[in-house]
Ligand binder design. Structure first.
Ligand SMILES: [Zn+2]
Length: 536
């Protein structure tokens, strides 16, 4: 009898030990109550691994309705209750509305409906967005970096502010690009320093897609009950190929190997593309793999010529996607290449665009062009330069009538340059409230413009082949890749809720030449005819 008591004690001890280190097991065994359901396994087998690990960085790129937010919230609470995050956790949402909505409609019920497993560990504070759990604090914050957080960042010296051990970024693609720096500052002193990112993807090479590319890249493969081989339904080459419409109109998934119907999706495995990556663990899954999805509706929607393909790809399939018109392809840039090489000087009149910065402060990316009788313009010179005196030299040897240079980061030197060429050099500042024509200030040597409109103008010249570029060579290849490294994305204003397009910079690499081209176009398009007495 003695031994059977021991066995029971041991098994209870093991059970407690697993609960203490595995948030999925803890949520499952305790039957945690969620808003409308109980935390369960069936149909959510893919959730076990993401909830069972705590790597340095966890990335989840997903279709909607995958219940990954629940998983990360439970993982956070579990980690705080069991002392895995002794100092605290930042749980970040894209904006303040989502923070308060989550706090009221999801977090509060979670505490109330699970009094013994969760509620008894949570101590209230004055604020709805701050809870004390175990020894640490749980902060619900907006990752949009509104004025408060931006101010905090500026005065932060990075390390001031509330420290934490872990941060969750929920809907990462909608957050401010400065959020990583903000979070790193908060985690800097923690020996734990773990981060989770989850989102429906938006643009390729941006946000969650960029994080996923750097991760172990794990795809969910399910096992065929007939031939035991594994298939991933999220792959581009399997969707919609492995979704078959039967004679009665219903839709089934078929095995990628034997072609027979796969009804039972319970047995699955995460298969990494990068097996040796252990620090950044990334998962991707979408509607084609979710067992509960209505396959007929999914396929009907996909095949409907009227449907919004971009949204299906991003929100349902969980893949990044950009409409061709919102990002210049390398081909579009090369299609502008003419037969002339880059020249070393030109009688002009020419127009110069200069982007400041890059890896060195005094590095310049330069594009010099002129007007063209049948096209809009022709770029005659492209280069990367060091030192302000080179720009003065170009003003002479290319007979530059108007130059636009970005006002930052080196504002003082840019001003001096403008004063050496009165009326010909303008410092560019972007303003989101500016609409319509570029606003040239002939006295202060400043040009104000709306960034999206200015970028659109140069984008259109290239995409419509209204610009002639020098023939293809090494520097033009670099120029083309910079042009490809920015794209237009619809963004929502947190305060007004209004939507507008913004260009997302540095997608997958630098974009200096793209800005230099934007400035060259501004200079060329903005130069008034009367300035040249007919020589333009
Ligand atoms: Zn099979």
């Amino acid at each position: 009898m003695q031994s059977s008591i021991n066995t029971a004690e041991i098994s209870q001890g093991v059970d407690e030990a697993i609960k203490a280190c595995n948030s999925w097991y803890w949520a499952y065994m305790n039957q945690i109550r969620l808003v409308s359901t109980v935390f369960a396994l069936s149909g959510h087998e893919f959730q076990i691994r993401p909830m069972s690990i705590r790597p340095a960085v966890k990335v989840i790129m997903k279709g909607t309705q995958g219940t990954f937010t629940e998983g990360e919230v439970l993982g956070t609470l579990h980690g705080m209750i069991y002392g895995l995050y002794p100092t605290g956790v930042y749980y970040l949402f894209p904006n303040k509305d989502k923070v308060s909505e989550f706090s009221k409609s999801r977090f509060k019920p979670l505490i109330q409906d699970n009094p013994y497993t969760i509620g008894c560990h949570v101590r209230d504070t004055d604020s709805a967005t701050l809870k004390r759990i175990g020894s640490g604090f749980l902060y619900f914050r907006s990752g949009r970096l509104g004025i408060d957080l931006q101010h905090e960042m500026k005065s932060s010296a990075a390390l001031k502010g509330d420290p934490a051990d872990h941060a969750v970024h929920d809907e990462y693609d909608e957050m401010h690009p400065g959020i990583d720096e903000f979070v790193d500052g908060r985690l800097a002193k923690s020996p734990i320093q773990t981060k989770s990112y989850l989102a429906n993807p938006t643009l390729p090479d941006y946000g969650i897609d960029l994080k996923f590319q750097k991760s172990s890249r794990e795809y969910w493969h399910t096992r065929c009950e007939h031939c035991s081989r594994y298939t991933c339904f999220d792959r581009d080459d399997n969707f919609p190929k492995l979704f078959h419409r039967k004679q009665d109109g219903s839709v089934i998934r078929v095995c990628g190997k034997c072609g027979r119907e796969m009804k039972d999706l319970r047995t699955g495995e995460w298969v990494p593309e990068k097996q040796n990556e252990k620090d950044i663990i990334g998962f991707t899954i979408g509607h084609p793999s979710y067992p509960w999805i209505n396959l007929k509706a999914l396929l009907d929607n996909w095949e409907d010529p009227e449907s919004d393909k971009a949204n299906i790809i991003r929100l349902k399939r969980g893949r990044a996607y950009i409409e061709a018109e919102n990002r210049l392809s390398l081909k579009e840039v090369f299609d502008c290449c003419g037969t002339d090489g880059i020249v070393s000087s030109d009688p002009g009149p020419c127009f110069m665009g200069v982007d400041q910065g890059g890896s060195d402060q005094d590095l310049f990316h330069v594009s010099i062009g002129k007007k063209h009788p049948s096209k809009h313009g022709k770029v005659v010179y492209v280069s990367i330069e060091k030192g302000w005196s080179e720009l003065d030299r170009f003003m002479k040897i290319f007979n530059v009538r108007r130059c636009v240079i970005d006002g930052l980061p080196n504002q003082e030197d840019a001003r001096s340059f403008a004063h050496r060429w009165p009326g010909r050099v303008f410092l560019s500042y972007f303003s989101e409230t500016q609409k319509g024509d570029y606003k040239w200030d002939e006295e202060a040597y400043i040009v104000n413009s709306n960034r999206t409109e200015a970028m659109d103008a140069s984008h259109k010249e290239i995409s419509s082949q209204l610009l002639i570029l020098p023939k293809k060579c090494q520097i033009i290849e670099k120029y083309a890749s910079h042009c490809h490294n920015t794209a237009k994305k619809l963004a929502e204003d947190e305060k007004t809720g209004s939507k507008r397009y913004v260009y997302i910079p540095k997608l997958g690499g630098p974009d200096h030449f793209r800005l230099a081209q934007c400035y060259e176009t501004m200079a060329r398009q903005g130069a008034p005819r009367k300035m040249f007495g007919g020589d333009s």
